[in-house]
Design a protein around this ligand. Structure first.
Ligand SMILES: Nc1ncnc2c1ncn2[C@@H]1O[C@H](COP(=O)(O)OP(=O)(O)OP(=O)(O)O)[C@@H](O)[C@H]1O
Ligand SMILES: [Mg+2]
Length: 411
C-alpha cells in the first residue's frame, strides 16, 4: 500500500489531533493566558509564535499549577508569557507519518505526554497536538489491526480445514470412481464369459434333458432307475437355474421405473413369499404413504433373495431346530429404510466381508449370486445395503432407498 505524504498528514491532522489553536504572541501577559485557560478546558496547550515560527509552548497543567500559587500570580500576572513557557517543546512536521510521530512522543522528554507538541509545516506553525489523544489513536489502530489479523487468521484456518476436507472428499470420490471402473471392467469381462459359457452349457444340458425324457417315455426305465433319473432331472433343473442366475447377474438390464406406495408394495411381495413350516414372518411397517420409484420385478428379486437367505439360514440351523422368526420393519429417516432381521445362526466375522462377492457361498446348494445381485439392483436404484451380524445373534439386513416425491409434491 502506498500513500503519499499528503495522505498521511491528513490522516492525523484531520483526526483533530493537531488543533490550529490561535498562537500567543510573546508579550501576552501570564495573567491573560491563565484566564483563557481557566475558561476553556480544551485549551490543553498554546504555542507562542513569532512571525509564524514557534518559540515555545505553554501547557494547561503547568499553567494551572504554577500560576495558581498566590506568590507566582502576583509576580507573574503582568509578565509576558515567555516566563512560563517551555522553550524547547517537541516540534513535529505535519508531513511525518503518524507512526513516526508516536515514536518521537514516546522517546522525547516525559513532559511531552502532558504538554503535547507543536505541529509545523516546513518550520511554520500549524497547530498544537495532544500526545495522549494521538497515542490513544495509535493504540486503537494497533488493536483494530490485531483484531483483523486474528480474524484473517481464523478465516485462513477455516479455509485450510475446508480445503483438507475437500481434498479428502475428492480423493475418496476418485478412489470410489476408480474402484467402480475396475469393477465394471471385470464385470463386463465376466459378463461376456458367462454369456459364452451359458450358451455352451445350455446346449449339452438340453440334449441331456431330451435324452432323459426319451428314456422315461420309452419302456426301458425300470423302477430301479426311477430314482437316479429323478436325481438327474433335479440336477438339470439346478444347472439351468444357476445358468439363469449367472446370466441375470451379469446382464445389466435397463430398469423399468414406476412409482409405488412403498409399504403396500412390500406387503404384496411378502404375501407371495412361501415360508416353510416353523418359520414365521412379522411385519413392523412404519412408513405408510411414502412412495418409491422402482423396478417392481427387480426389486421383488431383492426381497425374495433376502427372505430366502434368512429362511435358509434358520432352516439349516441345527440349534434352532429348523425354525425361527423373520421381522421385516420399515421406517423413513431421510430415505426409505427396510430392515430384515432373522433369528438364524448369524455370520462369522471371517465370512461377513465376503458375502457380496460374486459366487461366494457357504451352502452346498448355493450359487453365491444372491447378495451380489441384490446389491447390484439396489445400487441401480441409488440405494444402499448393509449387513450386520454376529454368530449366535441372527442377521440384520438394512436396505435404504431414496424416496420418490410425495403425491402432493409431485402434483
Ligand atoms: N441371513 C443370513 N444368515 C446367515 N448367513 C447369510 C445370510 N444371508 C447371507 N448369508 C451368507 O452369505 C452367503 C452369500 O449369500 P448369497 O445370497 O449371495 O448366496 P447364497 O445364498 O449362498 O446362494 P444363492 O443366493 O445364489 O442361492 C451365504 O452363503 C451365507 O453364508
Ligand atoms: Mg442367497
Amino acid at each position: 500500500m502506498s500513500q503519499s505524504d499528503g495522505d498521511r498528514e491528513d490522516r492525523w491532522l484531520t483526526a483533530s489531533l493537531a488543533r490550529p489553536l490561535a498562537p500567543l504572541s510573546p508579550d501576552t501577559p501570564c495573567g491573560r493566558v491563565y484566564e483563557m485557560m481557566a475558561q476553556d478546558e480544551s485549551l490543553f496547550a498554546l504555542a507562542v509564535v513569532v512571525d509564524g515560527a514557534p518559540i515555545g509552548l505553554v501547557d494547561h497543567l503547568s499553567m494551572m499549577s504554577d500560576f495558581a500559587r498566590q506568590y507566582w500570580r502576583e509576580i507573574y500576572a503582568r509578565r509576558p508569557i515567555t516566563h512560563l513557557m517551555d522553550g524547547a517543546p517537541l516540534t513535529l512536521e505535519a508531513a511525518f507519518p503518524i507512526e513516526v510521530i508516536s515514536l518521537q512522543i514516546t522517546l522525547f522528554k516525559r513532559r511531552t505526554l502532558n504538554s503535547g507538541f507543536v505541529v509545523v509545516r516546513e518550520g511554520r506553525y500549524v497547530g498544537v497536538g495532544s500526545s495522549l489523544d494521538l497515542l490513544k489513536l495509535v493504540a486503537e489502530r494497533a488493536c483494530d489491526r490485531a483484531q483483523s489479523l486474528e480474524m484473517a487468521q481464523q478465516e485462513i484456518r477455516a479455509l485450510n480445514e475446508g480445503l483438507e476436507h475437500r481434498i479428502e472428499q475428492r480423493t475418496a470420490e476418485l478412489r470410489a470412481a476408480q474402484e467402480e471402473l475396475v469393477r465394471k471392467e471385470r464385470f463386463s469381462a465376466i459378463g461376456q464369459l458367462t454369456a459364452t459359457v451359458a450358451h455352451e452349457l445350455r446346449n449339452p444340458l438340453s440334449s441331456i434333458r431330451n435324452s432323459v425324457f426319451t428314456m422315461r417315455e420309452g419302456s426301458a426305465v425300470s423302477s430301479a432307475l426311477e430314482r437316479p433319473i429323478a436325481r438327474i432331472e433335479r440336477s438339470i433343473a439346478r444347472c439351468d437355474r444357476i445358468i439363469g442366475d449367472l446370466l441375470d447377474f451379469t446382464r445389466l438390464r435397463e430398469r423399468q421405473a414406476e412409482i409405488v406406495t412403498a409399504d403396500d408394495w412390500l406387503g404384496e411381495v411378502l404375501d407371495e413369499q412361501p415360508l416353510p413350516p416353523g418359520v414365521s414372518l412379522v411385519r413392523r411397517f412404519g412408513a405408510a404413504g411414502y412412495r418409491l420409484n422402482l423396478d417392481r420385478e427387480r426389486m421383488r428379486q431383492v426381497i425374495v433373495n433376502l427372505i430366502e437367505n434368512a429362511v435358509q439360514a434358520m432352516v439349516n440351523d441345527a440349534a434352532a431346530a429348523g425354525g425361527g422368526t423373520i421381522v421385516v420393519g420399515t421406517r423413513v429417516a431421510a430415505a426409505y429404510e427396510m430392515v430384515i432381521d432373522d433369528t438364524g445362526p448369524g455370520i462369522s466375522p471371517q465370512v461377513l466381508p465376503k458375502v457380496f462377492e460374486p459366487l461366494f457361498t457357504t451352502k452346498s446348494f448355493g450359487t453365491g449370486l444372491g447378495l451380489p445381485t441384490v446389491k447390484q439392483i439396489i445400487e441401480q436404484h441409488a440405494g444402499t445395503i448393509a449387513i450386520e451380524s454376529e454368530l449366535g445373534r441372527g442377521t440384520r439386513v438394512i436396505v435404504r432407498l431414496p424416496l420418490a416425491p410425495s403425491r402432493e409434491a409431485a402434483a
